[in-house]
Ligand binder design. Structure first.
Ligand code: GEK
Length: 260
């Protein structure tokens, strides 16, 4: 059994998220600011069902899909969890991992974190909107819960840019909170997710204030919308490989024999 000091170190690594714990007279729109960046690992872990499973699978996909001389992108990288999963699992090739986020507090912390590891391939970070980024020579692109924060009108063009920047045979891993098409079915999934959050220690007030903060900021689509948009930009295969309540992850494959 590890000594007591081991537990003290592990517990103190992540600050706990209590940003919505006190009553607010008015709930402002959610922002990826300093306060959120400080508690982000705890926040995402307690809020997103399957988050660790998705990161593990990103690592597994990196082993198979990241090719020699290519780039792997993590769009909306936050603190770099997916970048690190790809970097750690790409020792068989020479590649560049590129993490992009438009939140300065996230990128600053991400840079410190990335520097603290010895990785087989370099991780380059950019603080910019992914709407402005160039994507090229990519064998793998990850958007782990980021597309939902883009204005709906920009989503198709963003996916087209990813498709065009992927090498034939490359993949996009797209994780999103999704809307169920029927009101009753959607309510059922939302209730299950809220129960998941309560089971992870969030109070009723925290759940409802966070929901209000995200209302205008995170606009979710149905799986049917995601699938048809991915097909419209050219992805031949669209595979939903993970779903838990209203959280899903999709792998979209650019066919290897595409003639362009
Ligand atoms: C993870 N992928 O841990 N350009 C760049 N970044 C953006 C933009 C934009 N236009 N809009 C939002 N973001 C991560 C989790 S969090 C998901 C991703 C969540 C960034 C935003 O700053 C934030 O860091 C990230 O997208 C979304 O695997 O909090 O639910």
């Amino acid at each position: 059994m590890p000594p007591f000091s081991y537990y003290v170190v592990v517990i103190s690594l992540h600050k706990s998220d209590n940003l919505f714990a006190s009553p607010m007279s008015q709930v402002s729109d959610f922002q990826f600011d300093e306060q959120v960046a400080d508690v982000f690992p705890d926040m995402i872990q307690r809020s997103v069902p399957g988050y660790q499973t998705i990161l593990h699978t990103i690592g597994e996909l990196a082993k198979s899909y990241i090719t020699d001389g290519s780039r792997a992108y993590d769009l909306g990288c936050s603190l770099g969890a997916a970048s690190l999963a790809m970097a750690r699992n790409s020792e068989h090739v020479d590649c560049e991992i590129i993490g992009i986020d438009n939140s300065e507090p996230m990128i600053e912390r991400c840079a410190r974190k990335v520097k603290s590891f010895h990785l087989p391939n370099p991780v380059t970070l950019h603080c910019e909107s992914i709407l402005e980024s160039t994507i090229s020579h990519a064998s793998m692109v990850v958007m782990n819960f980021t597309l939902q924060f883009l204005p709906p009108n920009n989503r198709l063009a963003m996916l087209k840019k990813i498709y065009d920047g992927l090498n034939p045979g490359g993949i996009l891993l797209l994780s999103e909170k999704i809307q169920h098409p029927s009101e009753q079915g959607n309510r059922l999934l939302v209730d299950l997710h809220h129960q998941f959050k309560r089971n992870n220690g969030y109070s009723e007030l925290e759940v409802s204030q966070k929901r209000a903060a995200l209302e205008n900021v995170m606009l979710t689509d149905t799986f049917a919308t995601h699938e048809s948009r991915l097909r419209e930009v050219g992805f031949a295969d669209v595979v939903m490989w993970f779903k838990c309540y209203n959280f899903s992850s999709i792998i979209a494959v650019k066919t290897a024999d595409t003639q362009e």
